[in-house]
Design a protein around this ligand. Structure first.
Ligand code: UP5
Ligand code: MG
Length: 212
């Protein structure tokens, strides 16, 4: 009888447990995705998962079978196959100790392969609350990343050659994904050419709108 009660209570708890909520954070290289996610972490305590950071971390693991492949993609500004990125994101979400279950997924999905892969693997496992789109000119993106490189970001892709490729791939691959979510009414667009402080004021308004 006691055992039956335990199972009943556990199943009640499981059905009441909410699935994680996700906001995708998109925009060109240097648009300020990471900067604004950090602001959100500080003010709201939500979880920031940068797909790029997870890939860079995986790349440096000595026993990773994907290290070389990831580095080649990063250096060429091309996009890592979704199976790798999505499994890193899924694992990071599952391992998160944060009780909020509110995740900002930064820099993903960046192409059709990412979108299809996420839909296949994560439907029913996460709810997409919105897409934050940081809109910034190509020139500004280039300038910010080059400055960051000069200040010693240590990122192998903060150089002019790779940045041109990153920007081209952003326009060809990622902009259509933003348009896809725009058609679903999920996009919140920010003018990311303003000061970081003013961008964050707009971000806070959007967070209120989605009821986060
Ligand atoms: N800065 C920020 N906001 C500013 C503002 N409003 N005014 C003035 N300065 C501002 O900011 C960049 C710099 O600009 C900083 O110095 C900051 O102080 C300043 P940051 O917040 O870091 O910009 P962010 O948009 O995060 O730029 P990042 O370079 O990280 O964007 P990317 O999208 O290029 O990089 P990411 O790490 O996501 O991806 C790197 C590579 O990984 C990709 O090219 C790809 O090869 C690979 N990748 C995948 O394959 N799949 C994925 O899903 C993700 C990545
Ligand atoms: Mg970033």
């Amino acid at each position: 009888m006691f055992k039956a009660c335990q199972i009943f209570v556990r199943s009640l708890t499981m059905s009441a447990a909410k699935i994680p909520e996700v906001v995708f954070v998109l925009g060109g290289p240097g648009a300020g995705k990471g900067t604004q996610c950090n602001n959100i972490v500080q003010k709201y305590g939500y979880v920031h998962l940068s797909a790029g950071d997870l890939l860079r971390e995986e790349r440096t693991k000595p026993n990773s079978e994907f290290g070389e492949l990831i580095e080649n993609h990063i250096l060429n500004g091309t996009i890592v196959p979704v199976e790798i990125t999505c499994s890193l994101l899924d694992r990071a979400m599952q391992n998160s100790k944060n009780p909020n279950k509110k995740f900002m997924i930064d820099g993903f999905p960046r192409n059709e392969d990412n979108l299809q892969g996420w839909t296949k693997a994560m439907t029913g496992k996460a709810e997409i609350k919105g897409v934050f789109f940081f809109d910034c000119s190509k020139e500004k993106c280039m300038e910010r990343c080059l400055n960051r490189g000069k200040k010693g970001s240590g990122r192998s892709d903060d150089n002019e050659d790779t940045l041109r490729k990153r920007l081209d791939n952003y326009v060809t691959d990622t902009v259509p994904i933003i348009e896809h979510y725009e058609n679903l009414g999920l996009v919140y667009k920010f003018n990311s050419m303003q000061s970081p402080k003013n961008v964050f004021l707009d971000v806070q308004e959007a967070i209120e709108k989605i009821g986060w």
